[in-house]
Design a protein around this ligand. Structure first.
Ligand code: CAA
Length: 281
């Protein structure tokens, strides 16, 4: 199968890598709004794969084969994919435009499935009014390593599309979980308020950053503490997900911590900006 991945950021490049590593995938189009952004995404994949070679987990031949499947460019190269996975910015209007352009102007395969990796936006609204309704195919960071895919059905999503995406997720070596559209789906509805609560705990002076993370790592066996994980996901993403859940439910338990807002305003976004709760410079 051929797959188009829209957006070559952290998630888009991880998703493109995941597909390219699958023997049943012959081609991956990795796209972004500028060719150089897409090339940078492929560069990130090369770096991740080179690490696997250095660790003796992959051969150079395998790396060359995986990279050889990935073509980078603008969205306009997605002429014949069987599946599109959109992983661009978490903004409703922008996502709607991407799918409109793909469905009306670019993709020529009438059977193409349109999926979004959105972490909390309405799947129904993203695909509203389009010839092919969308489906949520939500990967977790780092996409090549994390085993879960949330498969999210909007109100117009066809059951056959849900079944197909579940099959494709299994083909990638992932475990799919079917979810009805709801703000934050399952994982982020539970995970993001936990990170927000950890920020409140820190803001209230109850414990230090490192101690909050140690407490949750050792007390709950989490691989990362909540503040470290917030930095890893990106605090702007954490805030955007909270805003969506808070807005859609109207429930004050999802109100973002003021410190989270302040950090995002000050570009302290975590790993990607070089500083968040920890320093990555
Ligand atoms: N790309 C590809 N593979 C990666 C990777 C990356 N960026 N980072 C780690 N891996 C792979 C490694 O290659 C390694 O694979 P092998 O076992 O086959 O060698 C495996 O993952 C473990 O990695 P490491 O040994 O380097 O490091 P680790 O054991 O400390 O694990 C981690 C790193 C997987 C990130 C782990 O700390 C972890 O699971 N953290 C929690 C991550 C998490 O919760 N993610 C979900 C975030 S929420 C989200 O994504 C949804 C959203 O919408 C916001």
């Amino acid at each position: 199968m051929k797959v188009g991945v829209i957006g070559a950021g952290t998630m888009g490049s991880g998703i493109a890598q995941t597909f390219a590593q699958c023997p049943d995938v012959e081609k991956v189009y990795l796209c972004d709004i500028k060719e150089e952004f897409a090339e940078r995404g492929k560069g990130k994949i090369k770096k991740a794969l080179d690490k696997r070679v250095a660790r003796g987990k992959m051969t150079q031949e395998e790396v060359d084969q995986i990279l050889g499947k990935i073509t980078t460019g603008l969205n306009t190269i997605c002429i014949d994919p069987d599946l599109i996975v959109e992983a661009s910015i978490e903004d409703m209007e922008s996502k709607k435009n991407v799918f409109r352009e793909l469905q009306y102007q670019i993709v020529r395969n009438p059977k193409c499935i349109y999926a979004t990796n959105s972490s909390s936006l309405s799947i129904t609204e993203i695909g509203a009014g389009l010839p092919s309704p969308c489906i949520g195919m939500h990967f977790f960071n780092p996409a090549p390593a994390m085993k879960l895919v949330e498969v999210i059905a909007g109100i117009n999503t066809y059951q056959k599309t849900v079944d197909r995406i579940k099959k494709i997720s299994e083909m990638l070596g992932k475990t799919p979980v079917q979810v009805d559209e709801a703000p934050g789906f399952v994982v982020n509805r539970i995970l993001i308020p936990m990170i927000n609560e950890a920020i409140f705990v820190y803001s209230e002076g109850i414990a230090k950053i490192r101690d909050i993370d140690i407490a949750m790592k050792l007390g709950c066996n989490h691989p990362m503490g909540p503040l470290e994980l917030g930095d890893y996901i990106g605090l702007d993403i954490v805030l955007a997900i909270l805003e969506t859940i808070y807005h859609d439910t109207g429930d004050s338990k999802y109100r973002p911590a003021p410190l989270l807002r302040k950090m995002v305003r000050g570009n302290k976004l975590g790993v990607k900006s070089g500083v968040g709760f920890y320093d990555y410079a």
